[in-house]
Design a protein around this ligand. Structure first.
Ligand code: NAD
Ligand code: IPM
Ligand code: MN
Length: 365
């Protein structure tokens, strides 16, 4: 059988709950395709802070770098919110993305027919939405220098950050986005703030330059404030969106709600080479952690993206995607996607239902 090593980073809050479910689904889908996984669980985020004093221990990063792929739950929580910056769980996550050099973050938002009633948007607005946010992940204001705290002329405390992009960073994310758009519906919308920010002016210039290599893709540009509005006005206008680190963070949370819940959205973070990082777009949800209420589907679908984008195991990925659809067809719903007439279940029961569906696939209707 084929063998892959997977580093699991459960993290904090609902992270361990959703990872334990997704691990079992991954294992079963793999075994049905003759794939063996060697799982290695490592501490990350707040859990690592409590255990080792740092949010991303060297052993965790080096295990992740040596793995074939990395599956992460979520990190963060009230307990560590007031930590100094270098001792925040979130800093560990940024170090992990940087350490794995995963500059391209794919966040697909698809409205499944089964969940149209879970969207807060009207049925005719939400129905049929199928978009992909390509978020630049290792640059921009998250990493730009100078950054820090200081004092201004009046002696007042200030905090400052820098939005900075170099040509090579824009060019490489542009190519990823054009390639994806080419395989989808051939439309790419670049979202920026080029009416105000120099970093966005360069962004627009480079995206436009790279477009010359992709004459088959229809490129458009949109300011981010308008994009935020258009996403809830008429989301079906979007196919592929490419944008910077912080706009992609915000717009993907917004896009998730069109699909019914942030608990549905998976992601894949990829670099030029080396293992990919796969994680739901949601956080550690401290408000529901430890209560078996979390929706594990975003993490299960991230495991499917791991198979597809990380390992090229398209058939195993399809097994998981089909099982999720089958589970929703049977009416299983966690609280975040519940609508009248369905079966309200917790994280574990949802996981068991998906496992059953992986085991006995239902032929597509
Ligand atoms: P969050 O995504 O954790 O939660 C926002 C809301 O969505 C909450 O009401 C939560 O209960 C709900 N929610 C999230 N995931 C869900 C799921 N799978 N099923 C059902 N409901 C779900 O965002 P937040 O509250 O702003 O942040 C909480 C912590 O998570 C913070 O420490 C933040 O820094 C961290 N965070 C981590 C990541 C990550 O690990 N990638 C992402 C975002 C936020
Ligand atoms: C995400 C999160 C992270 C981000 C935080 C926790 C650092 O919001 O994965 O979307 O801003 O990228
Ligand atoms: Mn986010």
């Amino acid at each position: 059988p084929k063998r892959y090593s997977i580093t699991l980073l459960p993290g904090d809050g609902i992270g361990p709950e959703v990872i334990s479910v997704a691990k079992n689904v991954l294992k079963l889908a793999g075994s049905l395709e003759g794939i063996d996984f060697i799982f290695q669980e490592m501490p990350m985020g707040g859990a690592a802070l409590d255990l080792t004093g740092v949010p991303l221990p060297e052993e965790t990063l080096s295990a992740a770098q040596k793995a074939d792929a990395v599956l992460l739950g979520a990190i963060g929580g009230y307990k560590w919110d007031k930590n100094e910056k270098h001792l925040k769980p979130e800093t560990g996550l940024l170090q992990l993305r940087e350490g794995l050099k995963v500059f391209a973050n794919l966040r697909p938002a698809t409205v499944l027919p089964q969940l149209v009633d879970s969207s807060t948007l009207k049925k005719d607005v939400a129905e049929g939405v199928d978009l992909m946010v390509v978020r630049e992940l290792t640059g921009g204001i998250y990493f730009g220098k100078p950054r820090g705290f200081g004092t201004n002329e009046k002696g007042e405390e200030i905090g400052f950050n820098t939005e900075v992009y170099a040509t090579y960073e824009i060019d490489r994310i542009a190519r990823v986005a054009f390639e994806i758009a080419r395989k989808r519906r051939g439309q790419l919308c670049s979202v920026d703030k080029a009416n105000v920010l120099e970093a966005s002016m360069l962004w627009r210039k480079r995206i436009t330059a790279i477009a010359a290599d992709y004459p088959d893709v229809e490129l458009s540009h949109m300011y981010v404030d308008n994009a935020a509005m258009q996403l809830v006005r008429y989301p079906k206008q979007f196919d592929t969106i490419v944008t910077n680190n912080i706009f992609g963070d915000i717009l993907s949370d917004e896009a998730s709600m069109i699909t019914g819940s942030i608990g549905m959205l998976p992601s894949a973070s990829l670099g030029e080479s080396g293992p990919g990082l796969f994680e739901p777009i949601h956080g550690s949800a401290p408000d529901i952690a430890g209560q078996d209420k979390a929706n594990p589907l975003a993490t299960i679908l991230s495991a499917a993206m791991l198979l597809k984008y990380g390992l090229g195991e398209v058939n195993a990925a399809k097994r998981i995607e089909n099982a999720v659809l089958d589970t929703l067809n049977k009416g299983f719903r966690t609280g975040d996607i519940y609508s009248a007439g369905n079966k309200l279940v917790g994280c574990k029961e949802m996981g068991e239902a998906v496992l059953k569906s992986v085991d006995s696939p239902v032929p597509a209707a």
